[in-house]
Design a protein around this ligand. Structure first.
Ligand SMILES: Nc1ncnc2c1ncn2[C@@H]1O[C@H](COP(=O)(O)OP(=O)(O)OP(=O)(O)O)[C@@H](O)[C@H]1O
Length: 356
């Protein structure tokens, strides 16, 4: 288990991680999701002992990463954003070197090495110098290094960056398979990736945790009133009359008739009631053919945009011609942070942090 308590990291006057609190439980895949510069890598670097925190602490299975580094780090395998590889070593030499660094002893070394090479599909390049490998293969070597010793917790900073589509699929499958025996934490700004792989998502924005839940619960919590899109053939006043007969419709927006005499409407319905059948009969009674009728769902993309957009650029209300999207809502316990100006970002002080 990992406990992150009140974590703060400041680079000069810039707060990159701002009072983060969360607990990572065993045997699940956690995804850190956030836009560029949100603080994901900084948080991971602190969790793995690469970087010191300004405030707060990280406990790995009860051991403080700073005061008991040996005990804490033995349970962690880490793939940083830029894997620290030795370019003049072959893949095999590098992995043996990582074995030595982790002080795992000689027993089962060969057997485990072969298993890792097989899992990460490095067999064909095992004797090649790392400097002669492509970016994707170097990423695999970094991942293999993180797997050495098969630690209980595997932390991966953007594990699929630089891989081709086939490799991405393979690495995602590998991550999924690791979760049966390991806890995996990965960072990404690829929404579909996090949605596909992770059991639990933590959205980080400007160093703050703005949401933390399963993908399903996040989508459920963000769902307020139901939105329904329809396309009907008829004149505007008849369509409006049909909609007016539906008591649970709170709001309706209409387009003008198109060249086929069809009108699109977006209806906001109170609560989460499915009134598609009522709509069907209301339009059928008035002899208005319904050509399309669809509920719209809040997607993880909506949630991400909702929680990580500066207030002035939060996506607009459903317009007449575009697909309807949910109104701005706040997940309980998750406060929307202040937006940051570009100047503020540019003026951030560079502060050389030495690795611990
Ligand atoms: N050594 C440093 N000195 C000054 N500022 C830094 C330093 N390292 C990171 N930062 C700043 O801290 C903030 C968080 O950076 P971090 O790399 O943790 O974000 P991230 O979420 O991992 O971003 P990305 O997805 O682009 O990798 C950014 O504003 C970044 O510019």
């Amino acid at each position: 288990m990992i406990e992150v308590k009140n974590l703060v990291k400041c680079y000069g006057s810039h707060t990159a991680v701002d009072h983060l609190n969360f607990t990572i439980k065993k045997g699940q895949i956690y995804g850190f999701l956030g836009p560029n510069g949100a603080g994901k890598s900084t948080t991971m670097n602190i969790m793995t002992g690469y970087l010191g925190a300004t405030e707060g602490e990280v406990l790995i299975n009860g051991h403080n990463i700073l005061t008991e580094p040996y005990k804490a780090k033995k349970d962690i395998g880490y793939l940083p954003e830029q894997p620290p590889l030795y370019m003049d070593m072959t893949v095999l030499e590098y992995l043996k070197f990582v074995f030595c660094l982790k002080q795992l002893g000689k027993t089962f070394q060969e057997e485990q090495l072969e298993k890792i090479i097989r899992l990460v599909k490095l067999g064909s390049v095992r004797n090649r110098l790392i400097k002669n490998l492509s970016k994707g293969y170097r990423q695999r070597v970094g991942l293999a290094g993180a797997l050495v010793g098969f630690p209980e917790i595997i932390i991966l900073d953007e594990p699929t960056v630089g891989l081709d589509p086939q490799q991405i699929i393979e690495i995602r499958q590998l991550i999924r398979s690791l979760a049966t025996d390991h806890t995996v934490i990965l960072s990404s700004h690829i929404l579909s990736e996090v949605r596909e792989i992770c059991d639990h998502i933590m959205i980080i924005y400007q160093g703050k945790l703005v949401a933390s839940d399963t993908p399903e619960n996040l989508e459920h919590k963000m769902q307020g009133n139901e939105t329904i899109e329809l396309l009907a053939k008829g004149n505007l006043s008849s369509v409006k009359g049909a909609v007016a007969s539906l008591s649970s419709v709170l709001e309706a927006e209409y387009t003008d008739p198109d060249e086929n005499g069809c009108i699109s409407a977006v209806l906001t319905v109170s609560g989460k009631k499915d009134i598609r059948e009522d709509i069907f009969w209301a339009f059928a009674d008035r002899k208005l053919p319904l050509l399309r009728l669809a509920n719209t769902r809040t997607t993880l993309e909506d949630i991400f945009l909702e929680l990580t957009s500066a207030p002035e650029i939060v996506r607009p209300k459903a317009s007449k011609k575009s697909s309807p999207r949910v109104q701005k809502k706040t997940i309980p316990e998750a406060k929307l942070p202040e937006s940051k100006s570009e100047n503020q970002e540019e003026n951030e002080e560079e502060n050389d942090e030495s690795n611990l």
